[in-house]
Every structure is written in C-alpha cells, then in structure tokens.
Design a protein around this ligand. Structure first.
Ligand code: GLU
Length: 319
C-alpha cells in the first residue's frame, strides 16, 4: 500500500484544545504507522477570526507533544505557501474552473431569508438551501447586483456520493437532500472552507484526511469538488469528538483544556499524549508515552466510535 500523505489543518482562531490534539495524534499515527508524511497547513482562511499568535502556538504545541510534521509551518516545502491566507489567487483559479463548467451561481439571499426559507438538514441541523437564486435570469442578476454583492454557490447534481470511512465505514449522501447547493465564496469575498480545503488537499498531494467526525457530513460534497476540480479523492478517516464533563463538545474557548493550561498544572507532554492514547483505546490506562512509542499499538479498530467524555480525573486537578 502506498505511503499516505496526511495533514494537520488547524484553524488559528484559538488555542488548540484536547480534542484538536487528540485528532492530531490519530492523524499522525494513521499516516506514520504506514510510513507516511504529515503536512501542516494553517487554515487562516477567515483572516478576521485568525491570529498569527494562535498559529505559532499550534506549532509549538504539536512540537511539544512529538507530533512532528514534514512540510509546512516553519519547515516550508514544495507546496508553499502553506497558509490559506496566502493562497487566495489559487482559490480564485479553482473557482474559475467550476465557473467554466457552469456549476456556479450568485446567491443574493440574506441571512434572514436563508433562515426563514431553508429546510434544516435532517441529520445535523445544517440548513439546506431552498434554491431561491438557482434559476435567476441574467437580467435579475444584474438588477440584484446593484444593491447587494452575492455569495457564490455550487449547483449540486442529482447524485448520491458514497465512500468508505476508515473508521465509520460505508457512508452515502444524496447531494440535493443531504447538503444542497453550498457556498463556495461568501458575499464578503471570503472563500468557503469547503472549496479551500479540497483545493489545498488536492494541490498538496494529500492522500489521507483524518479529522473530527463533525466533518463527516461535509465529505460527500468535498468528494464532488475533488472530482470537479480534477484531483484524486483521498481516503478519509474521521475521529470521535471529545466532550467536556457536561456533555458539550470541547471548543477553543475552553482555555483550561489548552495544552499550556494542562502543562501549567504539572502534567508533562508525555502524560498528555498517553492520556489521549488511553482515550483512543490504544492504552489500557493513562500512562506517559510519546507518539513514536504508540506506533505499533495503533489501529482504527481500537478507537471508539462514539464521542468520548473526558473523565473528570484526566488532566483536571494539578499533578
Ligand atoms: N480547519 C478545520 C478545523 O480546524 C479542519 C479542516 C479539515 O480537517 O478538513 O476544524
């Protein structure tokens, strides 16, 4: 089997939390246990919400845990630049490829209109676009452009996309009812995550995408984009999410679950890696370990399918 090219793709809108670190550990093990490489890409697509300080701290955190990457970040490499905010010209070219296929249309709906008219998606509450701007005439478009700058949407085909996730197994989504016509560029000109992530993974030669299960439902529309943009489709492995004691997903606002918060309470980087490996079913109890030491223990089957509640005892008090 070919050596995979995986990636870490943090969004620098806050410090990495334990859930991000858990996912990074699994991504690293999945690639490295098959002799592969890891690319680090800074997903600062939304420059308003991103901070350089967070991107630098993400590198320090990954490095402290022994989650070494091979390209990107301070290492550079053949696919530079590795920061999305420096790749806008590239995204414009990708968008033009889709426009040339007649697949892109402007959408003038306001946020309020979208909320009022869209049907919530059955599985995850995401809004399905009702297609109000799908068939506007050129005259209507010109008229609307005078007062409002449009978002750009992809016209999805009547197609069901199926794939087999490395962890969650066979998946399928009928695009019109599962995701609907989705946004490629927001009305403020910011390229959508869906377009940028596929274009970058495609152009950077990523063959293995490992990330949190919250993005499982985005995968079919991304597979469509790989095909339309002419890139090979990578393999996908989604990981369970870590939940705080009260059942919420961890978020970047949970400052106490940042690595520096945990280390300041007296835990070592090896304690953190070993604790995460325990949560991932790779160790029978939390015991200090470097990622390297976990390589022979890794397999997708050991990882739980359900989301993982952080035990109150893990990394909470001081050590
Ligand atoms: N940048 C995204 C995040 O931090 C991850 C994107 C991906 O892995 O596809 O959640």
């Amino acid at each position: 089997m070919a050596r995979p090219v995986g990636r870490f793709a943090p969004t620098p809108s806050g410090y990495l939390h334990l859930g991000n670190l858990f996912c990074s550990l699994i991504a690293w093990l999945a690639a490295k246990s098959r002799g592969g490489e890891i690319i680090l890409r800074n997903e600062d697509l939304d420059v308003e919400r991103s901070r350089k300080e967070y991107a630098l701290q993400a590198q320090r955190d990954l490095d402290a845990l022994g989650l070494f990457w091979d390209q990107g970040g301070d290492k550079g490499g053949p696919h530079s630049p590795y920061g999305q905010s420096q790749r806008f010209d590239f995204y414009r070219v990708q968008l033009e490829k889709l426009e040339a296929q007649g697949r892109v249309y402007p959408c003038f709906c306001s946020r309020a209109q979208l909320h009022a008219a869209s049907a919530p998606h059955a599985s995850d509450g995401e809004l399905l676009y009702n297609g109000a701007c799908r068939n506007l005439t050129p005259e209507q478009v010109a008229e609307k452009r005078r007062t409002r700058s449009p978002a750009l949407r992809l016209r999805v085909p009547e197609e069901t996309i199926a794939f087999t996730d490395l962890h969650y197994g066979p998946q399928a989504q009928h695009l019109p009812t599962g995701c609907g016509d989705f946004i490629l560029r927001r009305s403020d000109g910011v390229y959508a995550y869906q377009l940028a992530v596929v274009a970058d993974d495609g152009a950077m030669g990523v063959t293995q995408v490992v990330r949190g299960r919250d993005l499982l439902s985005s995968t079919p529309r991304q597979i469509l984009l790989y095909r339309l943009l002419g890139y090979p489709v990578p393999e996908f492995g989604h990981t369970p999410l870590l939940l705080a004691g009260d059942g919420r997903r961890l978020s970047k606002r949970d400052g106490d679950q940042s690595l520096s918060g945990i280390l300041s309470r007296g835990y070592s980087p090896r304690d953190v890696v070993g604790g995460l490996a325990y949560l991932g079913g790779l160790l029978p109890e939390p015991a200090p370990a470097w990622p390297e030491e976990l390589l022979p223990l890794f397999s997708w089957e050991k990882l739980p399918r359900g989301d993982i509640s952080l035990p109150g005892s893990l990394f909470s008090g001081s050590r």
